[in-house]
Structures are given as C-alpha cells and as structure tokens.
Design a binder for this molecule. Structure first.
Ligand code: NAD
Ligand code: TYD
Length: 377
C-alpha cells in the first residue's frame, strides 16, 4: 500500500498514528484528513508537517462528495479511520453531533471508499478500511467489592458473553455490544456499519476496540490531562461520584504501535481488542497523578490533595471497563512497552514542559465551556 488516508490525525491518538507512519514509512504518502473541531490541533504535528510524505487536508467526514473527491484524488489504498467526537460528557449534552459525525460520517467515508475501490481494476485487492473503536461499546462490567481493584474482588455480571480471567471479568472480541452513553452508542453503530460493509459487499474492513488512552497531546477535558493542568493551576479536581469507577489505561504510543501492526498484519474482517491489563480505580489513579505532579513541581507530598472535590456523578457512568487483549498478543505478538508508572511520569512531565500547548487550547472558548459545565455540577 502506498497512499494512506488517516482521518482525525490532528486529534490525540490520530496525531501519534500520523507521526509514527510518517517517520516509519517514507515510501508511503500519508494524507491526514481532519475537520479541526475544538479537539483537532495542527500544533500536535509541528515536528512532521514539512515532510515530503505528509499532507494535511481540512475536511468534514460527513461531506460525502468531499470524501469521494479526496479519496479519488489521492488514490487512497488504505484508510485508518480515527475521526470522531470522542468525549462522553459532551455526548450527554449534545448527542446529535455524535450521531452525525460518528455514524453518518463513518458511513460517508465507507461508501466513498467502496465506490472508489470498486472502480479500480484490482477492486478490493490490497485495500483496507481500518476503523478505530473503543471498549466502551461493550458496556460496563460490575464491581461488587467496594474496596475496588486493590483487593481480591469478584463481579456479579453473569453473562456468558463476558470472559473470566485471573478471577475477573473482561471484554472479549466476542462480547455482545451493550453501549450506554450516546458516545458509545454512536461508536457501536459505526462499528456495525463497518462490519456490514464487509459482510454485504466483501469490502476488506477491520475494527479494533481499545481501552482508555493517555499520553501527550490529549485534549485537557479528559481525566488525566485535565487533572494535571488543574493541579498546576490550583483549580479543583472534580471527581465524579465516589471515584470508584475503574478504567483500563494504555499509553497512546502503544496504541499507535498496535494500529501499525494490525494495519499491516491483521486479518480483514477480524476484530482485535487492544489494552494493557492495567486497571485503575479513578481515585487511586488521581492520587498517583497528584503525587507525581507535586513531586515534579517541587511541592511537599500531599500538597495538592485538598484540590480533590467530589462532584455529582456523570449520568449513566459506566462502572468498569477491562479489556482482554490476549488475541492480539497471541496472533500478532503485540505487547505494551511501558509500565504504567513510567507512562504516567512521562505524561506528567510532557504536560508540565508544554504549558504553552495547553494554555493555547484552554484559553478562550474552551475555558468558558469548562467553567460553565463544572459550575452546574
Ligand atoms: P480526539 O477527540 O482527540 O480527536 C478526534 C479528531 O477527529 C480531532 O482532530 C477532530 O478535529 C477530528 N474530527 C471530529 N469530527 C470530525 C469530522 N466530522 N470530520 C473530520 N474530522 C473530525 O479523539 P481521540 O481520543 O484521539 O480518539 C480518536 C479515535 O479513537 C476516536 O474514534 C475514538 O472513538 C477512538 N478511541 C479513543 C480512545 C481514548 O481513550 N481517547 C480509546 C479508544 C478508542
Ligand atoms: P474520561 O477521561 O472522560 O474517559 P471515559 O469516560 O471515556 O472513560 O474519564 C475517565 C474516568 O474519569 C471516567 O470514569 C470519568 C472520570 N472523570 C472524573 O471523575 N472527573 C472528570 O472531570 C473527568 C473528565 C472524568
């Protein structure tokens, strides 16, 4: 494959994928297609923007005619589709935007790719539509032990679709979809469309479902960069509910490496779960973040604990996500490269060293949106 379209490449994960591909594959032409919503930021790609194998195109994936034109003009062979609305809290406030971009946008891109590839003499041969999805489509796993993951705990969910390993339940590739938030419902719907294009038209498609990502260039509305920034600014740290929800965290560069591997070696029509077996109860993770930021800022231990502020829980807040990624490990040999402590240290250092990046984003409209949202909690 020579001409690769990466959508959402100006966002958090997309920018890491674009950087990896541009650096690793000088023989590929990488086209980054992004609408530059509030979450898209070309400053994420300053280091590679002048490379001869890189091109940026500003467009909306919902614009079907534009998708047809861009795919044809660039003779696209492979698509890695990350463009999406991605924040659960925003989806609760504005579900229509999520249906529009995540569902209709994905469909526009699928159809545009299908028509272009069908028009080629080689047809679907050597082509791939790779859709990036989330573990949130599987729904939520339950915690019965209020002490959370630090102690041996069991789960009550009895569905045979769920998978037990190490005495705990995980999401498997075969777990039934059961999304709860407008965000996860829209991602689930787009996943179904992608698979339908394989099953109906024989288009080579692939879906991966990844756990929560963290690392540099994440928009500071998501837990980890938001809390690092708030500690620095001595703003309250809004912990939803009791802080007992559990998320499974993966360093973003490990996700990008998995995407590279799966794009080149994954089998079409397959699904792969991506995750690092790294579950954290929110409040425990928050304490690690506080400790790390305080240490790196030279504050005494415990200095920022007082910023923890328990606020009204998120509506429909999923209790626990946990991904079983052993299929990816067994079939393609992928493993996360970083221990969590190392990843968090790297991440906190990056945000503290790149204050201008974060200040540029959080000034203006975003600051107003954020303060307004949290004053209502
Ligand atoms: P992000 O919000 O940081 O970036 C999304 C990008 O998509 C932005 O650059 C935005 O400008 C662009 N975009 C939005 N609407 C668009 C449209 N209509 N047309 C073109 N571009 C548009 O998101 P992210 O965290 O980098 O997530 C990327 C993908 O990975 C998403 O599909 C998300 O569902 C999935 N995912 C994210 C996580 C996570 O923890 N962040 C985990 C698993 C899967
Ligand atoms: P988030 O980063 O929004 O990712 P997701 O909802 O997709 O998992 O949130 C991670 C966890 O942190 C989730 O359980 C919600 C919680 N959270 C807070 O407690 N406070 C916050 O301000 C945010 C943004 C999230």
């Amino acid at each position: 494959m020579k001409n690769i379209l990466i959508t959402g490449g100006a966002g958090f994960i997309g920018s890491h994928v674009v950087r990896l591909f541009v650096n690793k594959y000088p023989e590929y032409n990488i086209v980054n297609l992004d609408k530059l919503t509030y979450a898209g930021n070309l400053a994420n790609l300053r280091d590679i923007e002048d490379r001869p194998n890189y091109k940026f195109v500003r467009a909306d994936i919902c614009d079907y005619d534009e998708m047809r034109r861009i795919i044809e003009e660039n003779q696209i062979d492979g698509i890695i589709h990350l463009a999406a609305e991605s924040h659960v809290d925003r989806s609760i406030l504005d579900p229509f935007t999520f249906a529009r971009t995540n569902v209709m946008g994905t469909l526009a891109l699928l159809q545009a790719a299908k028509l272009y590839w069908e028009s080629r003499p080689e047809g679907f041969e050597g082509k791939l539509f790779y859709h990036i999805s989330t573990d949130e489509v599987y729904g939520a796993l339950e915690l019965t032990d209020p002490e959370g993951i630090e102690s041996p705990f069991t789960t009550t969910a009895s569905s045979s679709e769920h998978h037990l390993a190490f005495g705990r339940e995980f999401f498997l590739e075969t777990t039934k979809y059961n999304p709860h938030s407008p965000y996860s419902a829209s991602k689930a719907s787009s996943d179904h469309f992608v698979r339908a294009y394989h099953d109906t038209y024989g288009m080579p498609t692939l879906v991966t479902n990844c756990s929560n990502n963290y690392g540099p260039y994440q928009f500071p509305e998501k837990l980890i960069p938001l809390f690092i920034n708030n500690i620095r600014k001595r703003k309250p740290l809004p912990v939803y509910g009791k802080g007992e929800n559990v998320r499974d965290w993966l360093f973003v560069e490990d996700h990008a490496r998995a995407i590279d591997l799966i794009f080149h070696k994954g089998k079409p029509a397959q699904t792969y779960n991506i995750g690092g077996f790294n579950e954290w109860k929110n409040i425990d993770l928050i304490r690690v973040i506080i400790k790390t930021v305080d240490r790196l800022l030279g504050n005494p231990e415990g200095y920022s604990d007082e910023l923890i502020t328990y606020v009204t829980d998120r509506k429909g807040h999923d209790m626990r996500y946990a991904i079983d990624s052993r299929k990816l490990q067994a079939e393609l040999g992928w493993e996360p490269s970083l221990q969590f402590e190392e990843g968090i240290e790297k991440t906190v250092r990056w945000y503290l060293d790149n204050q201008e990046w974060i200040d540029n984003i959080t000034s203006g409209d975003y600051e107003k949106y954020y303060d307004n949202m949290y004053s209502n909690r």
